[in-house]
Ligand binder design. Structure first.
Ligand code: ADP
Ligand code: MG
Length: 141
């Protein structure tokens, strides 16, 4: 069954620092995901903590939020058929050592923490995460 979906993507600080935005966007577009909203922002630590609140009890939470606030990020909404799962496949596994070749994380990630991209993991989190960064007027499909 075909389902058009929206998902939130973030190009993380390790990737913006290395000037990889275009190379990563090219992976999305080659897989028929459309970038229907995009902006470059730098989060405060508090804004990063709010975004990753679901992970607040994990041992890496502080390291993750410090990293996410350490440099600009590019937040984007990707649209397409089965966009949520498709993006997770293009991203690859959280740990780049386990990511399949050709995925963004296999190609670009520095480590399990500095792993270049974020992608929503379900329809529910996609809706919440998109609303955290974008108003409806900013989604231009
Ligand atoms: P994903 O981003 O693949 O959905 P998770 O939701 O499990 O992964 O974790 C969120 C983010 O937290 C990861 O993308 C990564 O940046 C960081 N992270 C996850 N596990 C670790 C870890 N063991 N050590 C350091 N950072 C981690
Ligand atoms: Mg996750």
């Amino acid at each position: 069954m075909s389902t058009q979906q929206h998902t939130l993507s973030i190009i993380k600080p390790d990737a913006t620092r290395r000037n990889l935005t275009g190379k990563i966007n090219s992976k999305f577009e080659s897989a028929d995901l459309r970038i229907i909203a995009q902006k470059r922002v730098q989060l405060s630590k508090l804004q990063a903590e709010k975004f990753y609140e679901v992970h607040k009890d994990r041992p890496f939470f502080d390291e993750l939020c410090t990293f996410m606030a350490s440099a600009p990020i590019v937040v984007q909404v990707l649209a397409g058929e089965n966009a949520i799962l498709k993006n997770r496949e293009i991203m690859g596994a959280t740990d780049p050592a386990e990511a399949l070749s050709g995925t963004i994380r296999a190609e670009f990630a520095n480590s399990i923490g500095e792993n270049s991209v974020h992608g929503s993991d379900s329809a529910e989190t996609a809706t919440q995460e998109i609303a955290y960064f974008f108003s409806g007027l900013e989604l231009v499909g």
